[in-house]
Design a protein around this ligand. Structure first.
Ligand code: PAF
Length: 285
């Protein structure tokens, strides 16, 4: 069932709750791919009812980013979601979510601001304000749907860690379920933004997983020194790859690691042409 209005979703969920049914939420910005479908599958298996949101959230895009051209494929998304067992596809307009005032100016919107310690690094460094927009919309979706479980992918691991922190700090009564990265056959992490890659760029995009998997195998062979592990990346980088970051951080609180260990996640962002791709790997075996 495709719904556009907050009240309609609330009413439906209220009916389910009266019957004692559990509800799972999979927040998305649409352009569904196998990564999203793996989250949906988990929710459908775990919960009696599954809601997905399809909303390209304007307040999480920074000036000059791809808000306008972000792929919008609601008909195909709805079909895929329903085939996968989703009960409600919630696709609100920006006005429905933020009201007229909220769209026109940030000054008229209440924001949820995650701690600076979590947002001043990795993607937050170049995407200033991005995680404020994410936490605000996700908090609103939690309030609208009131799910028992919400499902997020490890592909956006900084986002996942920040959302877990928000849920803990604000005592939001639900459980976050994290789901592993889904990769194409050649190892590229699935992302809606892969659609922007030309044929040549698609080949070059493998540099992210090549660097990460190589670091993991060096770590497994006994190298723990972060400088030495970082240097292994340079053999993969070409002039067409613009490395934005390659960082070793704690999997729970994003603190910088001094030595690689099983609690370390290696995060990478690379720009290939104008397409910015991210990926990460946990060093836990
Ligand atoms: O990961 C995403 O697609 C978005 O950041 C999310 C969580 C749906 C919020 O808009």
């Amino acid at each position: 069932m495709l719904l556009h209005k907050i009240d309609e979703v609330r009413e439906k969920v209220r009916e389910w709750k009266k019957q004692g049914l559990t509800v799972g939420l999979v927040p998305t910005m649409g352009a569904l791919h196998k990564g999203h479908l793996s989250l949906i599958k988990k929710s459908v298996e775990k919960c009696d009812k599954t809601v997905i949101s399809v909303f390209v959230n304007p307040i999480q895009f920074c000036p000059g980013e791809d808000y306008e051209k972000y792929p919008r494929t609601l008909d195909a998304d709805t079909k895929l979601a329903e085939e996968a067992g989703v009960d409600i596809v919630f696709a609100p307009s920006a006005e429905e979510m933020y009201g007229k005032g909220g769209i026109l100016s940030n000054d008229f919107l209440t924001y949820v601001i995650p701690p600076y310690f979590y947002t001043d690094k990795l993607c937050g460094k170049s995407r200033v304000g991005h995680f404020d927009g994410v936490c605000t919309v996700v908090n609103k979706l939690f309030n609208i749907v009131q799910p028992d479980y919400a499902f997020f992918g490890e592909k956006d691991r900084q986002q996942l860690i920040i959302i877990k922190k928000m849920v803990k700090d604000l005592n939001i009564p639900l459980t976050i379920i994290s789901c592993p990265i889904v990769r194409e056959d050649d190892g590229l992490a699935m992302s809606s933004r892969n659609k922007y890659l030309s044929e040549d760029q698609r080949k070059e995009a493998l540099v992210l997983k090549n660097i990460l998997f190589n670091i993991k195998s060096c770590y497994n062979s006994g190298i723990k020194d972060i400088k030495a592990l970082t240097e292994t990346a340079y053999e993969f980088l070409k002039p067409c790859h613009e490395l934005e970051y390659l960082e070793f951080r704690d999997r729970d609180n994003l603190e910088a690691k001094t030595e690689a260990d099983k609690n370390t996640v290696v995060f990478i962002a690379v720009k290939i042409g104008s397409v910015r791709l991210i990926d990460n790997v946990s060093l836990e075996s």
